[in-house]
Design a protein around this ligand. Structure first.
Ligand code: NI
Length: 155
């Protein structure tokens, strides 16, 4: 009978059929202040390494966080995950604790961590991966400026 299985099915390696695996991404924006500083180095070394981002009295960035989830398309909804629900989780777990805050002082998941973009994205992963499960977080992309972003995939 035609239509007994969804049109979208793709062959798998064993010769049967399954729903396609798709990556979906939600972007969220926030603003935050920081000072990139390693207290175990001298002031001169901090200035040399971090430049403007070592400014003692902080400075801000307009960040964008892209959250990517990968999985099979759900037959009933046609979604991998409801992006509205994904947004709600990310806002609750990360954005609400971060937006208009200072990474060095205010943000609980960054306590004691030098807030480079690399360190921020890893700290966000540790919070988000379990919160998003059983959906599978596969990448966080954190933009610090229009030209600079970092990717983390849980390694
Ligand atoms: Ni900076």
């Amino acid at each position: 009978m035609q239509g007994a299985r969804p049109m979208e099915l793709v062959p798998d390696s064993r010769g049967s059929f399954r729903m396609p695996i798709v990556t979906v991404t939600r972007r969220l924006r926030f603003n935050a202040a920081h000072r990139v500083h390693n207290p175990s180095l001298s002031d001169a070394e901090n200035t040399r390494l971090f430049g403007k981002c070592n400014n003692p009295n902080w400075h801000g960035h307009n960040y964008a966080l892209e959250v990517s989830v990968r999985g099979p398309i759900d037959e009933r909804t046609g979604y991998v995950i409801d992006l509205g629900q994904l947004r709600d989780v990310v806002e609750r777990e990360v954005i609400d604790l971060t937006d208009h805050r200072n990474f060095n002082i205010d943000v609980p998941y960054m306590r004691g961590i030098n807030p480079t973009t690399e360190n921020v994205v890893v700290a966000m992963w540790k919070v988000l991966a379990p919160a998003i499960a059983p959906a599978r977080l596969i990448r966080l992309r954190l933009w610090e400026t229009e030209n600079n972003y970092v990717d983390y995939e849980g390694e």
